[in-house]
Design a protein around this ligand. Structure first.
Ligand code: GLN
Length: 291
């Protein structure tokens, strides 16, 4: 039988995972190898004896090296699961976090399935929030805003990849470029809320993520304040404003919502027991009508 032409030092999937991955998380190593081979997790288990080509081996080693140096795994593999979608992720967008799923759940519970609600997502980034809402509320019309054209390009690709056609993308600074007179049933936002110079910015994934998506002036409050202050003018009567915020910002968010004339103000805790999402309903006698 003729010898198969194969490199004498070829390494298998099982060996690569066993021998090369000491410096990174075990699960992340598997995600990276899946990404290099363009296969799913079941494949890695079923084909532990599949040999890596020299190119695949080199790409995997390079990814492991970059991960060990701190780069976020989502930027290395170019994707991240959020809610029930796999999203394309680049260093132009914040990596979607599990706690943001609480914001999506809260929004979904305020958006009827059987009518055409209008939803606004401010600072959409990868489109995680807007696309998940749009997918689960096919009758809704979602407008997704971001200041970054590069982020919008990623969000747009994600919309196409998931065949979502009920999201409109707008480049702008919060409400500034919305069509005149447009109002919404629900406004959602996961805005930047970390203070400039916060030590967390020098740790973990945050070191590699865009400041535009993370950092807000005035000790982390600038964006949340702008969004709350102007929201009533863009909400239908009884419409909801729902915001993700930092671990210690819920109380002040509720105060800001109250000052802006919101009713039924609430906060919800994430899986870690931290108040992470706050919101309120535009009252009938909201400030917007008095102005
Ligand atoms: N939740 C992110 C973090 O603290 C920050 C996201 C944001 O600023 N919106 O890691």
């Amino acid at each position: 039988m003729p010898e198969q032409a194969k490199p004498c030092n070829a390494i298998t999937v099982g060996e690569a995972l066993q021998n090369w991955t000491q410096q990174v998380d075990r699960l992340e190593a598997r995600w990276m190898l899946q990404s290099v081979l363009a296969v799913n997790s079941a494949f890695l288990i079923a084909h532990a004896d599949r040999e890596l080509s020299p190119t695949e081996a080199a790409r995997f080693r390079q990814m492991l090296k970059r991960r060990a140096a701190g780069e976020p795994v989502a930027y290395l593999t170019g994707e991240r699961g959020f809610y029930d979608l796999i999203l394309k992720i680049t260093p132009d967008v914040l990596i979607p976090r599990p706690e943001t799923e609480l914001l999506v759940e809260t929004a979904l519970s305020n958006i009827a399935l059987d009518r055409c609600s209008r939803v606004l997502d401010l600072g959409t980034g990868s489109g995680a929030i807007a696309l998940t809402i749009a997918k689960h509320r096919p009758l809704a019309q979602v407008t997704a805003v971001d200041l970054s054209s590069r982020a919008l390009a990623v969000a747009h690709e994600n919309a196409q990849a998931h065949a979502v056609d009920n999201v409109t993308f707008v480049q702008g600074d919060w409400y500034s470029n919305l069509p005149a007179g447009e109002t919404f049933d629900v406004i959602v936002a996961n805005p930047p809320y970390i203070a400039e110079g916060d030590p967390h910015l020098a740790q973990g994934d945050l070191r590699f993520e865009p400041d535009l998506a993370l950092v807000a002036k005035h000790n982390g409050w600038d964006c949340i304040r702008q969004i709350i202050t102007h929201a009533a003018g863009y909400l239908h009567r009884d419409g909801w404003l729902l915001l993700e915020h930092g671990y210690d910002q819920a109380g002040t968010c509720r105060e800001l919502l109250e000052q802006a004339g919101f009713a039924s103000i609430f906060s919800r805790t994430d899986l870690a027991g931290i108040e992470r999402v706050s919101g309120g309903q535009r009252g009938s006698f909201s400030i917007a009508e008095c102005l």
